[in-house]
Design a protein around this ligand. Structure first.
Ligand code: ADP
Ligand code: MG
Length: 588
């Protein structure tokens, strides 16, 4: 069994985790293990000493040695206590380091992942993997190190004492030992399956909490409280049931071993008094030493037998964690990526075909040029692929076919940082960090002075509402801007874009949350901003389309018409239809 298990470990996650942890936290584990050796030796030594202790008490001729023996006992117990202390402290340190290392590594991996990954991975699952996975990794390395070093050595030491003191009686141990091992083994079978469903249920708890916090207004409006409560209670009960099953399995191991130990002691008592044929006469001290060793062997043996249960319970979260660490992200920077060479900012999609993973094509053989320094309006029915074009230009996704180039440079060959520096983006939804207004704006350009930030805010017509807050620019915006209105958030997003001052500006229905009056004001600011900037605006109102140098009509992933306003109206095609349906409202 040991051999098979070892083989599995070497090849799997455990070997990797243990090997790596031992290498990286080598000296911490070195000290802890050295202390464990001392603990094992002193434990066996204690059992060994019982012979002298009992003999000193029972045999008159040994009385003279009492002081010596008492001194040795004190020394032994002192060493054991000191070593135990050192062992726990260093083991804990090494364990905490493992948690920290794994979490840092997970986040470093996560933050580099592409947008597509986050679109399809639920945040509750990420949370689980990062928190539970790292803790489980620590538990696993802990149990393996303590089992294989301290417990195994202690057991070896104690068995040695037993065999030395009472070779015949020791046979008992070798009968009871395997029985114990076999009986524990059958408990393990179900542990992993139970753990898997427990992790799922834990994820569900986090998810329900997140949805409660994020969707509370919808929950209230549609009176979904009972439904949410049922979901939550279901998950909570499921975790409870799984936890109970696992503790049942874990708890049965100890009493089982205890009972077996009792049997063994009874056996020793009977055998030693009746006497075994051919056995040498034994002193009370030797017998005492043997029984002490046998009883002491119970603790490490119990822990060793439970080791597999602990390993099994840790394996599920560890597996989930490694899954996250090992996934290769298709959206990687090419190893010889160069910085995007500054240019006027001409963008071209050449023969681009794109589908979100395994779905139908969203962009079909698209060829389009966005002229440098000009404003292009993208119009078309929703779902046509307009936002996807932005995603491709920002390289959130790579085309399946064809390429996207900026100033004649293929995006797949340039560094992410240089590409994203060149682009400002204002979307339909504005994300704000839970920080002050000032900090949120400054994310657009970390080096900006307060004065520059305020100037951008003024241009975006945000300054007035910001200064009306009692703390002005130092006002906390709450979780994702919870304390702000949609229009206010959007103006902050526009202020960010203004502050960023980049050569390419992508506006995805950026003024949709504004009322007519503030839209007119913001438009003024944007007009200034878009001067000599390559601007692509996904337009939803006539006013925006009117201002554009060129209009591109996107339908079902294809460009069906392009040109200036007059030519497209004259053409009397798709745009004309859209124009009549959507845009024909009084121009404000
Ligand atoms: P538009 O901006 O023109 O309204 P989009 O580019 O947002 O259109 O969407 C185009 C199509 O791609 C839609 O059918 C939409 O369902 C699909 N889509 C958008 N985002 C994703 C995504 N992350 N994963 C899968 N499909 C998506
Ligand atoms: Mg869109």
């Amino acid at each position: 069994m040991i051999k098979k298990t070892l083989a599995k470990w070497r090849s799997g996650h455990i070997g990797r985790l243990v090997g790596e942890s031992l290498r990286k936290q080598g000296w911490l584990y070195g000290i802890a293990m050295a202390a464990m050796v001392v603990v094992a030796a002193t434990t066996a030594g204690t059992a060994w000493m019982m012979e002298n202790i009992v003999n000193a008490m029972t045999e008159p001729e040994m009385k003279s040695q009492v002081w010596l023996i008492a001194g040795a006992v004190i020394a032994l117990f002192f060493c054991k206590a000191a070593a135990s202390y050192v062992q726990s402290v260093f083991l804990a340190r090494a364990g905490n380091r493992i948690v920290a290392v794994q979490q840092e590594r997970l986040y470093a991996k996560l933050i580099k992942r592409g947008v597509g990954f986050f679109a399809k991975t639920e945040s509750s699952s990420l949370l689980m993997r990062v928190t539970q996975g790292a803790q489980a990794a620590r538990r696993l390395v802990d149990v393996i190190v303590t089992s294989f070093v301290r417990d195994a050595l202690t057991l070896v030491g104690l068995v040695f004492v037993m065999v030395y003191q009472q070779p015949m009686l020791s046979v008992l141990f070798f009968v009871v030992g395997p029985v114990a091992l076999i009986s524990v083994r059958y408990l393990l079978k179900r542990v992993r399956a139970i753990m898997q469903s427990e992790m799922k249920a834990l994820s569900e708890i986090i998810k329900v909490l997140q949805e409660t916090s994020g969707g509370i207004t919808i929950i209230k409006v549609f009176a979904l409280e009972d439904q949410m409560t049922n979901r939550m209670n279901g998950a909570i009960r499921s975790v409870e049931r799984r936890a109970n099953s696992i503790s049942k399995l874990q708890s049965v191991a100890s009493p089982l071993m205890e009972f077996l130990a009792g049997l063994a002691v009874a056996g020793v008592l009977v055998v030693s008094t009746i006497g075994v044929a051919g056995s040498e006469p034994t002193s009370a001290g030797q017998l005492m030493s043997f029984i002490t060793a046998l009883l002491m062997a119970y603790e490490p043996a119990k822990r060793l037998s439970k080791m597999r249960v602990v390993i099994e319970t840790a394996m599920v979260p560890i597996g989930m964690m490694f899954e996250l660490l090992d996934q290769e992200d298709p959206m990687r920077e090419s190893p010889d990526a160069k910085d995007l060479i500054a240019g006027p900012g001409k963008i071209r999609l050449k023969n681009v075909t794109f589908a979100y993973k395994d779905k139908q094509k969203v962009i079909k053989k698209m060829n389009v040029t966005f002229e440098a320094g000009k404003t292009t309006a993208l119009v078309g029915q929703s779902g046509g692929g307009k936002s996807t074009i932005f995603g491709l230009i920002m390289r959130f996704y790579d085309p399946d076919w064809g390429k996207v180039v900026i100033d004649n440079q293929d995006l797949q060959g340039v560094t992410f940082a240089s590409l994203r520096r060149k682009i400002s983006y204002v979307g339909q939804e504005t994300f704000l960090f839970s920080a002050t207004v000032m900090e949120n704006l400054r994310y657009a350009r970390p080096g900006a002075t307060d004065e520059e930030v305020m100037e951008a805010a003024r241009a975006a017509h945000a300054h007035d509402f910001i200064t009306k807050f009692s703390q002005g620019y130092d006002t906390e915006v709450g979780e994702n801007g919870a304390f702000l209105s949609g229009g206010q958030k959007q103006r902050l997003a526009i202020a960010r874009a203004i502050l960023r001052k980049s050569e390419i500006l992508l506006l995805d229905e950026a003024t949709s949350a504004l009322d007519a009056e503030s839209e007119a004001l913001v438009k003024e600011a944007l007009d200034k901003l878009t001067e000599n900037v390559t601007t692509i605006v996904i337009a939803h109102r006539l006013a925006t389309v009117l201002e554009a140098d060129k209009i591109v009509v996107v339908q079902d992933g294809e460009i069906v018409e392009e040109g200036n306003l007059n030519s497209l109206i004259e053409k009397d095609g798709v745009f004309r239809q859209l124009f009549d349906q959507q845009f024909k409202q009084p121009v404000s």
